[in-house]
Design a protein around this ligand. Structure first.
Ligand SMILES: Nc1ncnc2c1ncn2[C@@H]1O[C@H](COP(=O)(O)OP(=O)(O)OP(=O)(O)O)[C@@H](O)[C@H]1O
Ligand SMILES: [Mg+2]
Length: 670
């Protein structure tokens, strides 16, 4: 159903839609961001030598031949306007809230378990202090009671910590997986619901990036990061509190490390934010390039584009590698630096604490506890750097997913649908003062009024780009008109429930996607409840039975991916049978017989006379032989009807149709 853009070469003709799509949505590659970076070009040159290509210094700013996607990885920070950022942030907050809400109670329990784990962990150094200061002296006096008590408490704390951690991990994994499941389901459902217009715009590479790398970043945080992150923050805060309570002067020495820590952390947060965003952008480009160029593999191979695609991929891939290196270099600086600060602090505390012990201001156990607590203070801080990155990428991913989830279908399902008039749908189609354009600046249909009575077969003819398919897409409601109305049996299509509309109006195009599976299943796609006899009858009616019966396993033959096992003409026949089985009141055939040979087309045409007898049909075809069965021909030019009448009458007139007809007949002779 995608718009057939400029067809990218003979080899791509009639291949699956994906191979046509890249050409349709091409943007100059410069938009892809990474290519602006002068370093990219130099790295690409070296990449070129390794891939063995002969061209030197490829200009990657030229057209890439894949759907370059400037918005492949846009996050709140890059959308520019302050309102834009605020909107995205609030959207992702709303999304997060709605994901978490069903698990509120379990999250509460998880928090309690986390607090338990933290408290039990915090008890350790304190018990060591008690052991040294309070239990050793009684032991000298022969009283082992206090030491046994302390040791028992230590053991209990260890068990509590174990239980808390285990319970928390089990629970948080369960919550995390439930959230991920929910999110994945929502995104998929939403993508299915979004209109064709969205999918013509949003490249498949981006779709894949949303469901893979974005989902992965959130999973990474949910699975491993979030508990450690919370625990780290919790333990840093509680340790700081305990230190102050144990011995304020010693705590002040520790606090001297704070300015350094703060400065270092701020530097890291800022540098890693941009570095990490870059890694997300580059990984999205890798995915987009991968999906888009392999989606068009036939055209790529037919035109020997492999070396160039390889170059581009090498460049994108290398960008990603360098972005990752940069991000990890930051970690490599930050994490050991924290450790150094930690160790220096420990040294200072040891020296100053030793003096305080000597001076009798604190007991030795307090110093020991202090040193143990400091460990619990600096260790999580080192790890925070990694969680910070995970948090950042998850936030960015969530923003992007929230953005997608916020897309409204271009043709929304009516909230209060109006039923079509009772009884079988008759299929009268009316376009009243319809204006439409895919972009606001270029109208495709300036103002079209057209009435097709129920049961009529109308042929739309006209030059390439005249707007024939556009009319078809409006009647099938893949788009809504900008102004004016399209009605079916007097009801505005915007008010008809989706299910009813799709039952009443079916469009067959030349792309006719077949899914991997048997021929019978592919035909049954038109009406899932149909039994085998119906399927055979439908195939027979349009003249496809003979070729299907001759397949190795007849109707059970697997057509393979995208119907790759069948010829283009055979795929059309199967798509035809599918549409016939669906038995719609309005059947739209957009170049649906373009791949058939003349005998098959004749066969289909003969079948069409009976098939179309009691239904409304819009037939679009460049081969005028197809048009002969029509009751009426409409010649379209620049989105306007310039001629209208029965074909046999128009042929005799000296108008556009007669001219088209003459040209067509000439073409048959030469
Ligand atoms: N998805 C789209 N986005 C933007 N413009 C489009 C899109 N689809 C079609 N157009 C433009 O709308 C105009 C009419 O296209 P349409 O597909 O209706 O032509 P057509 O009469 O069916 O031509 P053909 O005989 O080649 O199939 C063309 O100028 C085309 O460039
Ligand atoms: Mg068309």
């Amino acid at each position: 159903m995608t718009a057939s853009g400029p067809v990218d070469g003979a080899a791509a003709v009639g291949s699956a839609p994906a191979s046509v799509e890249p050409a349709a949505s091409v943007e100059p590659a410069a938009a892809a961001g990474s290519v602006d970076d002068p370093t990219t070009t130099s790295s690409t040159t070296s990449g070129t030598t390794t891939t063995g290509s002969t061209t030197s210094g490829p200009d990657l700013n030229r057209w890439r031949g894949i759907a370059a996607d400037p918005e492949a990885d846009r996050t709140a920070a890059e959308t520019g306007t302050v309102q834009g950022i605020a909107r995205l942030r609030s959207r992702s907050r709303v999304l997060l809230g709605s994901l978490i809400r069903p698990h509120r109670r379990l999250i509460g329990v998880a928090v309690v378990l986390l607090l338990l784990q933290n408290a039990a962990g915090m008890a350790g150094p304190y018990l060591v202090m008690l052991g040294i200061d309070r239990a050793i002296a009684p032991l000298r006096a022969g009283n082992a009671g206090p030491l046994v008590a302390v040791a028992t408490a230590f053991g209990l704390a260890a068990v509590a910590e174990y239980a808390g951690k285990r319970g928390f991990l089990t629970l948080s994994t369960r919550i995390g997986q439930a959230i991920l499941l929910d999110l994945r389901r929502r995104v998929y459902d939403h993508f299915l619901r979004l209109s064709v217009s969205f999918h013509e715009r949003y490249t498949s590479g981006r779709l894949v990036a949303r469901l893979t790398s974005d989902m992965d970043s959130i999973a990474e945080l949910v699975d491993g990061g979030i508990d450690d992150l919370v625990l780290a923050v919790l333990s840093i805060v509680s340790v700081a509190g305990v230190l102050l309570w144990l011995d304020p002067p010693l705590a002040v020495v520790t606090l001297l490390a704070f300015p350094f820590l703060l400065w270092l952390s701020r530097w890291f947060a800022r540098a890693s934010a941009s570095a990490y965003r870059r890694t997300r952008e580059t990984v999205a480009l890798v995915i987009v390039h991968f999906v888009e160029s392999l989606g068009g593999i036939r055209a790529v191979q037919a035109f020997r584009r492999e070396p160039r695609n390889q170059q581009i991929f090498t460049a994108v891939n290398d960008d990603h590698r360098r972005a990752n290196l940069r991000a990890f270099r930051l970690i490599a600086t930050y994490s050991p630096a924290i450790k150094v600060i930690g160790n220096v602090t420990i040294a200072a505390v040891l020296a100053y604490g030793g003096m305080r012990v000597l001076g009798g201001h604190v007991e030795i156990g307090v110093l020991a506890a202090f040193l143990l607590y400091l460990r619990r203070f600096f260790e999580p801080m080192q790890e925070l750097s990694q969680f910070y990155n995970a948090l950042q990428s998850a936030t960015a991913a969530l923003e992007k997913l929230a953005g997608v989830l916020d897309e409204r279908p271009g043709v929304p399902e009516p909230t209060r649908p109006r039923p079509l008039p009772a009884g079988p749908v008759r299929g009268a189609v009316d376009l009243t003062a319809v204006s439409f354009g895919y972009r606001t600046d270029t109208p495709v249909l300036p103002e079209l009024t057209l009435s097709i009575p129920a049961g009529q077969t109308v042929a739309l003819v006209g030059a390439t780009g005249a707007g024939k398919s556009t009319v078809a897409k409006l009647v099938a409601r893949f788009y809504d008109p900008t102004r004016g109305t399209v009605t079916l049996d007097g009801i505005d299509l915007r008010d008809v429930a989706d299910a009813e509309l799709r039952r009443a109006v079916v469009m067959v195009t030349q792309e006719n996607h077949l899914f991997a599976g048997s021929v019978a299943d592919n035909i049954r796609f038109g009406r899932p409840g149909a039994d085998d006899a119906d399927v055979v009858a439908a195939a027979d009616a349009i003249g496809a039975h003979d070729f299907i019966a001759a397949l190795p396993a007849g109707y059970a033959t697997d057509v393979h991916r995208r119907g790759g096992r069948l010829s283009a003409g055979q795929r059309q026949l199967v798509a035809f049978a599918r549409a016939f089985l669906a038995d719609p009141a309005v059947l739209i055939l957009d170049e649906a017989t373009s791949s058939l040979d003349i005998p098959s087309e004749r066969l289909v045409q003969r079948a069409l006379r009976t098939i179309l007898a009691d239904r409304t049909a819009i037939v679009i075809a460049h081969r005028l032989s197809t048009v002969e069965i029509a009751d009426r021909v409409l010649v379209l030019d620049g989105g306007r009807v310039v001629e209208d009448g029965p074909p046999e009458l128009l042929v005799t007139r000296d108008g556009r149709y007669a001219a088209l007809h003459r040209q067509w007949q000439d073409s048959l002779l030469h």
